[in-house]
Structures are given as structure tokens and as C-alpha cells.
Write a protein that binds this ligand. Structure first.
Ligand code: MN
Length: 149
């Protein structure tokens, strides 16, 4: 159900993005990936597997690899598990037009996951350690993303 928005925004006869969503891709439930997305504005799409989908946030600046840097992370629609492997060019005129490449990937463990606060231990190549996502009160869909240790 939570992939409805993902499907609605895309025309799979035009975009090379995976339709996915069949829920039959084997996974241990711990996929972590960040895709660098050169759309109209360059951003980094953080995705964390939860409940059979990839929970997603768009980060307008390079994700922090050290403590002391807080990044805005705007929550976007859930993506299918299959999206974690996607790299390619979304054609002009389609939603998210531009080049997508995997910037970092690995696994993660959950320390805490609520509607307001997410604490995870990320095991990637670039991002390694304990990371927090804290929901912003003021902005709908707005979170802060930072490394704590
Ligand atoms: Mn994106």
C-alpha cells in the first residue's frame, strides 16, 4: 500500500526505474543505500529498508561522514526494495529526470525507530557509525540527519 505514491508518480513505459513492489526480492531487512541524484537540483537520496519498502529522504547536500554536521533530510515517498540496486538515467520530462548513481551502500541496525526519531547504526563504505534522524516540528516532511558517533 505504501508504494502507491511511487507508482503514481512514474510512467514505467518511459522510466528505467524498477517497478518492483512484488515483495519477493530476498532481503534480510537491513538495506542501506544512498543514491546521488543529479536532478534539477543535485541531492542525495537516503534509503533505509523498513517493513518491506525503502523509507526515503532527499538530502540537498552531501551526507555527513563526521560528527558536527547537520543536514536537512526531506522525507519522500517509499520506494520498492528493488530500487536499492538502481543506477541509470531518468529521461527528460519524467519525474526525477536526471542521473542516479549509488553513492554509498551497505547495511544498518536499528537502535530506535519512532515517528519522531530514528537512530541507526550504518555500515556503509562512506557512512559508518551511529546516525540520527530527528523530525522537525516546523516543516512537514522535514528531518535533520546527523552522525552522533
Ligand atoms: Mn531523488
Amino acid at each position: 500500500m505504501s508504494l502507491e505514491e511511487y507508482f503514481r508518480k512514474r510512467d514505467f513505459s518511459r522510466t528505467p526505474e524498477p517497478r518492483g513492489g512484488e515483495g519477493n526480492k530476498p532481503s534480510e531487512g537491513r538495506i542501506y543505500v544512498i543514491q546521488k541524484h543529479a536532478a534539477s537540483h543535485l541531492h542525495y537520496d537516503l534509503r533505509l529498508e523498513k517493513d518491506g519498502v525503502l523509507k526515503s529522504w532527499a538530502i540537498p547536500k552531501e551526507p555527513p561522514t563526521t560528527k558536527g554536521i547537520k543536514r536537512l533530510a526531506v522525507q519522500t515517498e517509499d520506494h520498492p526494495i528493488e530500487y536499492a540496486d538502481f543506477e541509470g538515467v531518468i529521461p527528460e520530462g519524467e519525474y526525477g529526470a536526471g542521473t542516479v548513481e549509488i553513492w554509498d551502500r551497505g547495511t544498518f541496525d536499528i537502535e530506535e525507530w519512532t515517528d519522531e526519531k530514528i537512530v541507526v547504526h550504518i555500515h556503509g563504505e562512506k557512512l559508518r557509525g551511529r546516525y540520527c534522524l530527528i523530525r522537525f516540528k516546523k516543516q512537514e516532511g522535514g528531518w535533520l540527519f546527523f552522525k552522533t558517533s
